[in-house]
Every structure is written in structure tokens, then in C-alpha cells.
Write a protein that binds this ligand. Structure first.
Ligand SMILES: [Zn+2]
Length: 312
């Protein structure tokens, strides 16, 4: 099959809290075209599906008027057994909607819906920093903290498709209240939102995690300490994951991973101190390597597999 054969192409959507990206992806992992726009925070499911369909038409046209055979949609949500979406803390109006049905109606395509961090893990495992690993963990540090798990060379979805919610591992039993209903989740200490909240609690005037990073770079000790604390909490979670899953590699991505040099030493030291020696020595902890693309690439990969299995 040539790379422009329609049977060889899918569309992939990565719906983020800030931006939504669509790409035309070949079964070999080439991105033929992309389209992107800001995610409308207040959009309802129907409005969003119409917007996604327009991005899909644009990307298919830019790729040379191709006719992809499916759409893989990665969204920041958990799913219910009936296929409707559960909680979306960052896109509240989509909660409980039949986004899959609406996307299928508006695009005319078969649609595979999946969690965005699971898709990112599949993408990094396919073509990025976890390529070739039998067992891998991906942690995405963004507005929230997402996670995805590869076991035995395959994405681990779990019985309900909700596996890999590493952001909701408890790292502080009586800690900060989390949107999921629990307390002291990793997401409350290692997300961009958490970095900003904690910086404000320390009296810093900031509006984004990058502001905190810039302050740390200019020598602000309170800002620098926040990244050490963030690294320590990440290390607590990773130490436990190393003991449970004994992975080859832990991949860290998302926008907040840009502060890598500030949190890596504390994260690595804490993880090593808490894990058994064998997994602590074996496991590499590395940055993601696919930039903005692991979500769309992983969504495409999972969709190709579903089609090949006859399940989509
Ligand atoms: Zn939580």
C-alpha cells in the first residue's frame, strides 16, 4: 500500500484543555497534515463535534483530499460502560455526553474514543521515548496529571478503560482536596495548576507554571523550592509504580516537563530511595520525545489496531 492509500490513513484528535489538534496519520506513523485551534472551554458536545468535523475536513483536504477510514479521538476523560464520557474536570460541559455518537454523526467516520494520556503513552511507545519497551509508564504533566501504562508491549486499558490514572495516586493522605473526590492526589502537587496554586500560597504573583519557572530561573528561592517539592511528590508516586510494575522506562511529558532540570534530581532520588534496588537501577526515567504529537500519534495507532482487530 502506498502512503496515500485511503485504507492506510486515519484522522486523529487530541482534545486538550487549551488546544485541540487533528492530524491525518498513516499506518507507518507519518503525519500528512494537521489542523489546530483553541479549545472552546464553554462549548457543549454538539458544538465541539461540529468544530472537530471542520478540522477533520481541513486536514483531509490539506493532505490531498484523502478519505481516511476512521477517527481516533483522545479526550481528557474517563468513560462509562455505555460509552458516554464521565468526568472532564477541564471541559465540564462535555461530562455525560455521547461525544462518540456526535463525532461519528458529524464526520461520517467510525470513531474510537480513548483517554488522552493513554493515547500519549501509545504514541511514545509507538514512535517515541518508550519505543521497543515491553513495559513502560507515561506521565503527562499538564493542566492536570495524566498517565498511561504499557504492559507486555500493549496498552493497558483496564476493565473499564480507566487504567493509568497516575495523577490520582495518593501522595499525601490528608492533603489538598482533588476534583476526583479524593485528597492528596499527585495531580494536586505536580500539575501546572498545582504549581501555580502553591506558588500563590507562598505569596508569589504568577498566572502560569511558566511564570513560576521563570522566577526560579531568576534565582527566586521559593519558586525553586516548589519544583523540588513537585519532584519529591513525583518520586513518591514513581517509586511505588516501579515496585508494582517493574517497567523498562518511565516517560514524562506535557508542558510542565519543560522544568525537567529543576525537578528531575529530587524526583529520581525520591523514586530510588523508595523502590526496590532492581527496578530502581533498571528503570530509565526520561523526557517524552514526540513534542506535541504523542496524543494524535497514539490515537491513530490505537484506531489502526481496533480496525485491524475488526472491533471498530
Ligand atoms: Zn484525584
Amino acid at each position: 500500500m502506498g502512503s496515500n492509500d485511503a485504507a492506510d490513513l486515519v484522522l486523529a484528535l487530541d482534545l486538550g484543555g487549551t488546544n485541540m489538534r487533528v492530524a491525518v496519520v498513516s499506518s507507518g506513523g507519518d503525519i500528512l497534515a494537521r489542523s489546530e485551534t483553541a479549545t472552546p472551554y464553554d462549548a457543549g458536545a454538539e458544538e465541539l463535534a461540529i468544530l472537530v468535523a471542520a478540522l477533520c475536513r481541513q486536514a483531509a483536504s490539506d493532505a490531498g483530499n484523502v478519505s481516511p477510514i476512521g477517527l481516533g479521538a483522545a479526550i481528557p476523560a474517563t468513560f462509562r460502560p455505555d460509552g458516554t464520557v464521565g468526568k472532564l474536570p477541564n471541559l465540564p460541559r462535555l461530562s455525560g455526553s455521547d461525544i462518540k455518537g456526535l463525532l461519528a454523526r458529524e464526520t461520517g467516520l467510525r470513531v474510537e474514543l480513548m483517554n488522552d494520556a493513554t493515547a500519549a503513552a501509545a504514541g511514545e511507545h509507538w514512535l517515541g521515548a518508550a519505543a521497543g519497551a515491553e513495559n513502560a509508564i507515561m506521565i503527562t504533566l499538564g493542566t492536570g496529571v495524566g498517565g498511561g501504562i504499557i504492559l507486555g508491549g500493549k496498552v493497558h486499558f483496564g476493565a473499564d478503560g480507566t487504567a493509568g490514572e497516575i495523577g490520582h495516586l495518593c501522595v499525601e493522605p490528608e492533603g489538598h482536596q482533588c476534583g476526583c473526590g479524593s485528597r492528596g492526589c499527585l495531580e494536586q502537587y505536580a500539575s501546572g495548576t498545582a504549581v501555580v496554586r502553591q506558588a500563590r500560597e507562598s505569596g508569589l504573583i504568577v498566572s502560569t507554571a511558566k511564570d513560576v519557572y521563570d522566577l526560579a530561573d531568576r534565582g527566586d528561592l521559593a519558586a525553586g523550592r516548589l519544583f523540588l517539592e513537585m519532584g519529591r511528590y513525583l518520586g513518591i508516586a514513581i517509586g511505588g509504580l516501579l515496585n508494582v510494575l517493574d517497567p523498562d522506562v518511565v516517560v514524562i511529558g506535557g508542558g510542565v516537563a519543560a522544568a525537567w532540570g529543576r525537578f528531575y534530581p529530587a524526583m529520581r532520588a525520591e523514586a530510588t530511595a523508595r523502590a526496590f534496588p532492581e527496578p530502581a537501577e533498571r528503570a530509565k526515567i526520561v523526557r517524552a520525545s514526540l513534542g506535541d504529537d504523542p496524543g494524535v500519534l497514539g490515537a491513530a495507532k490505537i484506531t489502526f489496531e481496533r480496525i485491524a482487530e475488526g472491533r471498530l
